[in-house]
Every structure is written in structure tokens, then in C-alpha cells.
Design a protein around this ligand. Structure first.
Ligand code: G6P
Length: 371
């Protein structure tokens, strides 16, 4: 009923709107005023965490993209090598694991069979397994050594929205916690990051302000045949997630590329009027930022329609953007938490414009309990 959907037409729209609260709930009780982290529920001791010399994140679907995002932050903060792998690939390639490997299994439902089989394999090899999960008492956390719950609340829409954002937040909490216990970063640097994370609910709220602009854009693009997404650094997993949402909901061909790879092939796809969504990093990262701006320029010069997500006040892209979507000003590593939001809205609105049921997309299940 409409009441269950909080007055929205679809659960997905309700869940998109709940994201500021979901992020706040995932942070709740885990940040201390002194800029320290407290993860009391982590059943791994600080001594155990100090022994970790490799991290492998395993997940499927959107959770995999949350993991790809986390790799950038975790390696930067902890200096521990971090790999990210699809659960279905990990299990069958004879991965190198031992007691000092931390395997992080990310799963909203906690029941995804591919991820469950991967984690069982990891435990057989004596790796320590930490689950990031949204469903209390589900199988994946029960079979793991430790769990950090994303407190996003129930997600009914099949396509992940608030659970994706909170998975990224949970991974960041783990990364910062590891940095804190291992002192791999100066205390004040961890504190500064914690402080920034604490401000994310407001930033996500601000990102929801793009709703009307995206809605009209989605209507204009409802008959497009294909949409490309490009990003770089943490903007790359954002692009992947944006493309996945569009496939799942709008049943359109959508593909994401790392911006630096464009010249190695995908640029051949660029043609007149093709919609290309570009995630531009904050200007703080000068080199990355300028490289993407020149990508936008190249794409535009070939007649594509550029839809550019950039930090508010960033005027460097204005001349090459057919549509400019302003993102709140946040540090680079946190940008996925705001940049994903307009892309969720984009996929949702485009799918609705095409007459699709966004809560129950064809052929998909919320939780896939077969391998
Ligand atoms: C299914 C859903 C996706 C989800 C994936 C992983 O394929 O349709 O939205 O990302 O499973 O689910 P999990 O519950 O493990 O996060």
C-alpha cells in the first residue's frame, strides 16, 4: 500500500529517500567525540587485527561495487594490501589464504549462496572472516568470525540502494578501525576522516536535492538505446554501480569504464547523441580531476551527450557538460556516498518512464540462494 511505501509510488523511492537516516544509523554509536572508533561488536581482538597482512573482499552485485570502492580507502588508510573479488570467481580459483588473511564478506541479505560458499572456502583455509550484513542472524554472519551490521533497515526494492551506501560506510569504519588499532595512520588523520564521515548524512541529504533535475533528464532519455558511464579512482565503482542499476531497472544496455581506459578501446563507441555519464572527482585531487575533464572534452567533441556529476562550484566542466549535476563538497574517498544517489534516481526514473516496475524488475531476485 501507499502507506507502507511512506507515500512514495515505489519502495525503491522510499529507500532512496531514507539514505541519510540509513547512513546515520550505520554510524550511530560507533564514533566517539574524540574522533575515535568503537566497534564493540567486532569479535576480532585488536591483537588479531594487528596480525592481518592481507585483506580480500568477496561479494556479488552491488555489494561487490561497495567492496571495490572500499579497496581505495582501506589500502590508503591501513597500507594493508586489499583485493576485491566476485564471490563466484574467488571460490573456484584456489586463492592464497592463511591465518593472517582477513576476508570481508559483504552481503545485504546474508543469504547469497555464492558469497556463503566463498566464505566457507576461506574458513577452511583458516582465514578470518568478517561479514558486513544488513540482516540480523542470517547465515553469512552466523558462519563468520565477526560481523559488522549495516543498520539500513529492511530493503524491499530488489535493486540495492540504502544498503549499498551503508555497505560502503561499514567498510570505511573497518578501514579506519584497522588504521586506529595498527597506528598505520597518525591519530589525528584518522580523527579527521571520522569527522568527515560523521557529516555524511547531511551530504547525502543534499545529494537528494538533485531529484527533480534527474527526473526530467530521465524522461528525455527514456528511448536511448545505451548509456555509458565513466569514472576514475572511487568514481569508477560509482560508474559501475550506476550502469548496473540501469540494466537492472530500465533493461537498457549500460556499461561503465575506467576513464583512463577510454583511449584504449571504448572511445570507439562514442557517437552522436550517445548519453555518457561522467563522475568527476573533487578538485582537491588536481591530477585526477583534470584528466577527467579532458575526457569529458574528448567525448563531447565526438558529439556525445555529456551528463556530468561534479562538485558544486566546479566550473571547469561547464563548457563541456550538456547536463551538469552538482554534488555536495566532500573529500574524494567519500564522494561515492553522494555521487551514487543521483545515479540511483536516474535509473529509477528512467525505468518508471519506460513503464517498468522498479521494485520487482524482471528476472531478478532480492536474494539469490542458489550458486
Ligand atoms: C542479487 C540482488 C542484488 C544484490 C546481490 C547481492 O543479485 O539482485 O541487488 O546486490 O544479489 O546480494 P547480497 O544480499 O549478497 O548483498
Amino acid at each position: 500500500s501507499a502507506a507502507e511505501k511512506g507515500g512514495h509510488d515505489y519502495f525503491m523511492l522510499k529507500e532512496i529517500a531514507e539514505q541519510p537516516q540509513a547512513v546515520a544509523d550505520t554510524l550511530l554509536g560507533r564514533l566517539t567525540p574524540r574522533g575515535q572508533l568503537r566497534l564493540d561488536e567486532m569479535r576480532l581482538s585488536d591483537d588479531e587485527l594487528r596480525e592481518i597482512d592481507k585483506i580480500i573482499i568477496i561479494a556479488c552485485g552491488s555489494a561487490f561495487y561497495a567492496g571495490l570502492t572500499a579497496k581505495y580507502a582501506i589500502e590508503h588508510w591501513t597500507r594493508i594490501p586489499c583485493e576485491v573479488e566476485l564471490s563466484s570467481e574467488f571460490r573456484y580459483r584456489d586463492p592464497i589464504l592463511n591465518r593472517s588473511t582477513l576476508v570481508i564478506a559483504i552481503s545485504q541479505s546474508g543469504e547469497t549462496m555464492d558469497t556463503l560458499m566463498a566464505l566457507r572456502h576461506a574458513r577452511e583455509q583458516r582465514a578470518r572472516v568478517l561479514a558486513i550484513c544488513n540482516t540480523n542472524g542470517s547465515t553469512i554472519p552466523r558462519e563468520s568470525d565477526a560481523v559488522l551490521y549495516t543498520h539500513a533497515g529492511p530493503e524491499v526494492g530488489v535493486a540495492a540502494t540504502k544498503t549499498f551506501l551503508t555497505q560502503v560506510v561499514a567498510c570505511y569504519l573497518i578501514g579506519l578501525y584497522l588504521a586506529q588499532v595498527r597506528e598505520s595512520k597518525f591519530g589525528d588523520e584518522v580523527a579527521a576522516e571520522v569527522d568527515q564521515l560523521d557529516r555524511m548524512p547531511q551530504a547525502v541529504e543534499q545529494a537528494l536535492g538533485t531529484m527533480e533535475q534527474i527526473r526530467s533528464l530521465a524522461r528525455e532519455l527514456a528511448t536511448a538505446k545505451s548509456v555509458l558511464f565513466i569514472g576514475r579512482h572511487v568514481g569508477y565503482p560509482v560508474a559501475l554501480e550506476g550502469a548496473l542499476k540501469l540494466k537492472e531497472l530500465a533493461y537498457m544496455h549500460a556499461e561503465a569504464f575506467a576513464a583512463g581506459e577510454l583511449k584504449h578501446g571504448p572511445i570507439a563507441l562514442i557517437e552522436e547523441d550517445l548519453p555518457v555519464v561522467v563522475v568527476v572527482p573533487p578538485r582537491g585531487r588536481d591530477v585526477l580531476h583534470d584528466k577527467i575533464v579532458s575526457n569529458v572534452q574528448e567525448i563531447r567533441a565526438r558529439g556525445a551527450r555529456t551528463i556530468v556529476l561534479a562538485e558544486e562550484g566546479d566550473e571547469s566542466v561547464t563548457p563541456y557538460a550538456d547536463v551538469l549535476i552538482s554534488l555536495p563538497k566532500v573529500p574524494t574517498l567519500l564522494q561515492p556516498l553522494v555521487a551514487t544517489v543521483p545515479l540511483q534516481i536516474f535509473a529509477c526514473e528512467l525505468a518508471m518512464a519506460r513503464g517498468n516496475d522498479v521494485d520487482q524488475p524482471r528476472n531478478l531476485a532480492k536474494s539469490v540462494t542458489v550458486e
